[in-house]
Design a protein around this ligand. Structure first.
Ligand code: MOS
Length: 706
């Protein structure tokens, strides 16, 4: 049999024809009978409580079915997570928090009636100001990001880390850097707003929902509503982007289900507006980061210290591993990292593409550039000199680490050797031009809870089922290819089914772990199928077909090796001498992400991540008005992210080095490594162009005016 387009082939997206014909059904598009429409009410104060509710004008509107507030909301069974506890008390913890909802016959009536609900508040003073000199900085109590996600992620807890004596390492260094970097609050802004259609009957509870994982969504909601998970069916075959904001669909999906409880049997549609997404779906928290580095006269690091302050929410703590990459990237005898949070009267942050690594590596890789200049060393060479043999903390060998090859290969392709290292060395028609480099890293993680079923019929058609998610990344295509390879058949013979809780359980599309987990599980099911065919059917498929299932096997190598994807990113920046206008005509990345399942979808994902990194570097900042506590630029007219005109050439390459230990495919994650380091490469290039070191993201033109 000819095996066409299995792993490694640039197969077109198998869901592409559906998408271009508009036939790929997204959460809000499912055809449902006689839907009702929900519109949320959001708090207009940042802290306090609701003291009075007047819904009479809203209820009097023709077409209004119900008005929901904390006074009449269904009681949730599990409200220990204060973010899940939608409408469970009169407390207001941030501006924009859900304080009610209207359910009506049309979206217009719901929205209008919502404007007629009168809420009276008792306001208390609020505080939304992240500063390094606050007296309420504290160690995170909950390892919110990795701790609440069960799994064998390798970064450990966000507790402080230390080795040797940083003070002595810095004192004995030939060159040092001590600098503070800040990153802005950023919102995910996927193209498809967070949308649910919920139907509550005595038997089944159906939720069409834009989510990164139907099974996690189901288990969160089953817990919240105190119902058997088997009663809930979550369906999400196509998702229009997520970037982390659809991993924990706690507030909006909970509200949709509550609405559905009030009108039993009737589908309730709840699409968030773009503006509502700025308070209800999480965001990347702002950070203040101090990095201290020392190196000896040979350019070898003697000390690495990284102290992070992040904002979290008063209603619920979320802390991310901003120092995680620092603990892995470079070795030094003296190392220290700390993480402190401050709880503000703001919405709850959440994971956003490269959570922790994206912000932390901006600081570390900027500081590495500063130290390279201080030492008079080429920044590429400086990194190569500090390449560790083993993981600096655990001492484990890396399953594969080809960062040096990425740096060398990237430098060659980018034309790095021709660069004059002196800042302000290129001036072209009123523009100052410069180039910069930074390294990328992201863990190759696994999340537990995966199973797959394969059915084969006598005609040799294989149906492969796993509740995985495709958030625009190419899961439909990549898993089809992996199944074809694992089964030794052509992709045309594989019929994949994903995105539904009626399928075998799957982990969420997050932590760049999807293909690792789901592909490993499909491999296991394929092996099981072969074994069963051999042992019971003499190697041929019986007339009635056969079906097998398998769970994701453990990977014993995870305890023996440190597993990460790596990359090197190069940027060219032009800054106008008079106006400070900053442009990025060129980005180039070389990635060590193991074996590439599909070079076409991988390229798209890598370019997307670098674009988002450029956007983080130059444009994105959610601005809180401290007087009122809300994000002022809460729409796409005022929250700018990189659009076509902001992006020049982006070139990506991968090494195609198969990782022997991560999984049967030899792959590592690609979804997040690509955003890590982009901002530092651009900041470093801006310094080379102008001689101005911008340590605060985003790099706007006012920061580049002399
Ligand atoms: Mo990703 S931020 O783990 O969805």
């Amino acid at each position: 049999m000819t095996v066409t387009s299995a792993v490694g082939a640039p197969l077109d997206r198998v869901d592409g024809p559906l998408k271009v014909r508009g036939a790929a059904t997204y959460a809000g598009e499912w055809p449902v009978e006689n839907p009702a429409h929900l519109y949320p009410l959001q708090a207009t104060i940042a802290a306090g409580r609701v003291t009075a509710v007047n819904t009479s004008a809203a209820m009097a509107q023709p077409g209004v079915l119900a008005v929901l507030t904390h006074l009449n909301a269904p009681k949730l069974a599990w409200a220990t997570d204060p973010e899940v506890a939608v409408l469970q008390s009169d407390e207001v913890a941030f501006r924009g928090q859900i304080v009610g909802a209207v359910i009506a016959e049309t979206p217009e009536i719901a929205r209008h009636a919502a404007s007629l609900v009168r809420l009276t508040y008792e306001q208390r003073p609020h505080d939304t100001d992240l500063r390094a000199d606050r007296d309420d900085l504290h160690k995170p109590q909950h390892a919110a990001i990795f701790g609440s996600m069960p799994g064998d992620l390798q970064d450990g807890s966000p507790a402080d880390s230390a080795a040797g004596d940083v003070g002595a390492g810095l004192a004995g260094a030939a060159v040092t850097v001590d600098a503070t970097y800040t990153t802005a609050m950023n919102h995910h802004n996927p193209l498809e707003p967070h949308t649910s259609i919920a139907i509550w009957t005595d038997d089944e509870i159906t939720l069409y929902c834009s989510t990164q994982g139907v099974h996690l969504t189901r288990s969160l909601l089953a817990g919240a509503f105190g119902v058997d998970a088997a009663r809930i069916r979550a369906i999400s075959p196509h998702v229009g982007g997520a970037f982390g904001s659809k991993v924990y669909p706690v507030t909006w999906a909970t509200l949709a289900l509550m609405g559905a409880q009030l009108v039993p049997g009737r589908p309730v549609k709840f699409p968030l507006t773009r503006q509502q997404m700025f308070s209800l779906v999480g965001y990347r928290p702002a950070t203040i980061q101090r990095v201290r580095l020392g190196a000896d006269s040979g350019g070898r690091l003697t000390a690495i210290a990284h102290d992070v302050i992040q904002q979290t929410a008063r209603v619920k703590e979320y802390a991310e591993q901003t120092v995680g990459a620092t603990r892995t990237m470079y070795a030094a005898p003296n190392r220290s990292t700390t993480t402190r949070v401050t709880a503000l009267d703001v919405p709850v942050p959440t994971i956003m593409r490269g959570p922790g690594e994206a912000t932390g590596m901006f600081a570390l890789e900027s500081a590495m550039d500063e130290l390279a200049y201080a030492a008079g060393l080429d920044p590429v060479e400086f990194r190569i000199r500090n390449e560790p043999e083993v993981h600096p903390e655990s001492g484990l060998p890396f399953s594969s680490r080809h960062l040096v090859t990425c740096l060398r290969e990237g430098a060659r392709r980018f034309g790095w050797p021709e660069r004059d290292p002196a800042p302000l060395s290129r001036r072209e028609n009123g523009w100052l031009a410069g180039t910069g480099v930074a390294a990328s890293i992201y863990p190759s993680a696994r999340l537990p809870g995966n199973a797959a079923t394969i059915h084969v019929d006598a005609d040799g058609r294989y149906t492969v089922e796993i509740g995985a998610a495709d958030i625009g990344t190419g899961t439909w295509t990549a898993l089809t290819q992996i199944a074809a390879e694992a089964l030794g058949v052509a992709v045309e013979d594989v019929n994949l089914r994903i995105g539904d809780t009626t399928l075998p359980i799957a982990s969420s599309a997050g932590f760049s772990s999807g293909i690792n987990c789901w592909g490993t599980t499909i491999y296991a099911a394929a092996a099981e199928l072969r074994a069963r065919l051999e042992s019971e059917h003499g190697g041929t498929v019986p007339a009635e077909g056969i079906e097998v299932s398998a769970e994701m096997p453990d990977n014993p190598y995870m305890a023996q090796f440190a597993m990460y994807s790596f990359g090197a990113q190069f940027a060219e920046v032009r800054v106008h001498e008079d106006t400070g206008e900053i442009r990025v005509p060129r980005l180039l990345g070389v990635f060590d992400a193991g074996r590439i399942i599909n070079p076409k979808t991988a390229r798209s994902q890598l370019i997307g991540g670098m674009t988002q990194g450029l956007s983080m570097a130059l444009h994105e900042a959610s601005v809180i008005d401290p007087r009122f506590g809300h994000v002022v630029n809460n729409d796409l007219g005022t929250y700018h992210f990189a659009a076509n005109a902001d992006v020049g050439s982006i070139e990506v390459h991968y090494l195609e080095e198969r990782d022997p230990y991560t999984n049967p495919m030899g792959s590592k994650g690609i979804g997040e490594v690509c955003i890590v380091g982009t901002a530092a490469a651009i900041a470093n290039a801006a310094y080379h162009a102008t001689g101005i070191r911008v340590r605060d993201l985003p790099i706007t033109l006012d920061k580049l005016l002399r």
